[in-house]
Design a protein around this ligand. Structure first.
Ligand code: GCU
Length: 360
């Protein structure tokens, strides 16, 4: 047994391949039903449940800039309305489409600002990709609002399993996806969801629960994202509890902050839900708060789900890549960048290279 495999073992993770009746999951159909159980566990114990009320989407284009980036792209501002019998919520997103690519693949980018891809729009455009950019706080605020701003109003609130902010941002991303899939100008088979940090956690929830995303990409998502909680260094559940991030999760999740051994899941449950589609996890070697090693180990552990489908997940699960290197061959892509906590141009380039290589 390799060193990392031993380390995973010593972390005593809940088993992916044992269902609630303690039966072994051995094939794809067993996994499909196990997958439903895992979704239920995560909704109850981690991110909270999603709205079940009937709703419809009304996307209205409010602005079009046909000469963006020196005429290389068109940028549309779309006001997305989500309508139910008793509530109406709307938020804008911006869709940038390269003019020289017919039906381009798209990044649904969960952004910390309304500016497209944090100012990297032109490079992404030149690589032949479109971007659907949403400023996350337009979906719902990232502060204490009694779950009343934006999408918060779509669910009644309780202290246990009602959705936290991450789930709201993720569900909002899926509603944007509803809208862009209606548009003939994009490649509907190649829409990736991407986010950094708290929005990396969000991207993982979006990609886990919505199988229409061809690629789920999370940059330095750390605690509550790609990193295993068991054996993790840096940020712990207790740290997430002590500040605004308490609102990101559901109430039940914080029951485990004093005793992880009782927690019926760990983050390999979340990442496994993206199988057998493509998953990309990016870490930075000095991002100690996020803990790159624990992010990598999650990929290594859930890689087994891809194997069940006869696919290669992570290519070298027993060896962390050197700083600066990547594993791009399998359906789980991974890189370890030099430096600290941010989403860099280099991270974007690597993820684009991965998308090009796999056609996702
Ligand atoms: C804080 C938080 C992290 C989070 C990060 C971010 O550092 O502790 O969990 O990922 O904010 O979203 O920027």
């Amino acid at each position: 047994m390799g060193l990392l495999e031993q380390e995973i073992k010593s972390r005593n993770l809940p088993e992916l391949f044992r269902n609630k009746d303690n039966e072994a999951v051995q094939n794809e159909s067993g996994w499909r039903s196990r997958r439903e159980e895992i979704k239920n566990v995560l909704c109850r114990e981690f991110c909270g449940c999603f709205p079940r009320i009937a709703h419809r989407i009304a996307g209205k284009q409010v602005l079009e800039d046909d000469s963006a980036y020196g005429g290389k792209a068109v940028v549309k501002t779309i006001n997305l309305g989500i309508v139910s019998d008793y509530s109406y919520v709307s938020f804008p997103y911006r869709l940038m489409l390269p003019k020289n690519a017919e039906r381009p693949p798209v990044f649904l980018y969960l952004a910390f600002s309304p500016e497209i891809a944090d100012g990297l729009g032109e490079e992404i455009l030149d690589a032949g990709y479109g971007v659907a950019n949403v400023y996350y706080q337009d979906i719902t605020a990232d502060y204490y609002d009694e779950h009343q701003s934006g999408l918060g109003r779509f669910c009644t609130r309780n202290n246990y399993d009602s959705w936290g902010k991450l789930a709201m941002w993720a569900w909002g991303s899926s509603r944007i996806l509803d809208d862009i899939l209606e548009r003939e100008e994009i490649d509907e088979k190649r829409v990736a969801v991407l986010g950094h940090s708290r929005l990396g956690k969000t991207a993982l929830i979006a990609g886990a629960f919505d199988e229409r995303f061809s690629l789920t990409a999370a940059n330095e998502s750390g605690a509550g994202g790609a990193a295993l909680f068991r054996g993790k260094t840096g940020e712990q559940i207790e740290n997430l509890y002590g500040k605004g991030s308490r609102l990101w999760f559901d109430g039940n999740f914080f029951n485990y902050r004093k005793d992880l051994t009782r927690m019926p899941f760990d983050q390999h449950f979340l990442l496994s839900l993206t199988a057998p589609r493509h998953l990309y996890i990016a870490s930075a070697d000095r991002d100690d708060w996020a803990d790159p090693k624990s992010e990598f180990l999650t990929c290594a552990e859930c890689s087994k789900v891809w194997n069940l489908y006869g696919e290669e997940g992570l290519v070298s699960p027993d060896r962390l890549p050197e700083t600066g290197a990547c594993y791009h061959e399998g359906r789980i892509g991974y890189h370890l960048r030099r430096g600290t906590h941010y989403l860099s141009r280099d991270d974007w380039r690597q993820i684009i290279a991965y998308r090009n290589r796999h056609g996702v």
